[in-house]
Design a protein around this ligand. Sequence first.
Ligand code: PGA
Length: 253
Amino acid sequence: MTRRRMIAGNWKLHKTVTEAVALVRDLRRLVSQVRDCDIVVAPPYTALYPVAKALEDSNIKLSAQEMFYEDKGAFTGAVSGAMLNEVGCAYTIVAHSERRQLFGETLESSNKRVKAAFKHGLIPIFCIGETLAERQANQTMQVVAAQLDAGIAGLDSATLKRLVVAYEPVWAIGTGVVASPQQAQEVHRMIRERLRAKDSGAAEVIPLLYGGSVKPDNAKELLAQADIDGALVGGASLEAEQFAAIVKARPSA
Ligand code: PGA
């Protein structure tokens, strides 16, 4: 397989600067031997720069949790791609379901963010996923497909090939209810097929991450699925040992 594996930790609203630096110091020691998998952490904005310094010369890369699509202007509270790039981010999460549900992210604004991230040299980790009500109404595939199509609209092939997609069923996020490996694989396969119909080369190289209550004890089976290339981890990324155990649960290269 030509796809890189990736395990990314989304810290959400957790960790002061002191706590964040302590966490990545432990983590870099625990995963220092890993070469066949991209390891990414997404601390809150305030900790990005100190964490970047603490990760120098390590195999762990830095992500933001969100970025605004405008470059500058009167947008109180917003942070631009250029700002994130300068402090050492290689990635930014885009359109996480919490951003969609709590902060008004739309199909259209997710596409603006994806494009703005690429423009500033950041790789978007683009999140899609259905709510419980949508799953129960048998709308999972159509909701996820619509989110995917909207987010990647207008990307050329070379750009699309650099994208990372995370499938995160909303009902599995922070609930302890993980999608079964079969449920996750079913949606991942649909995402891969949809990408293939658009651009077969890109479909082979875009890592598809699963997110939603990934823990050390369920990671192995999820990561063994054919179209699951990695994980986006919330709660279990806040403890170095747990996050490292998920990195170690990946299938051997
Ligand atoms: P969780 O969060 O692992 O705590 O469910 C995942 C996410 O929101 O990315």
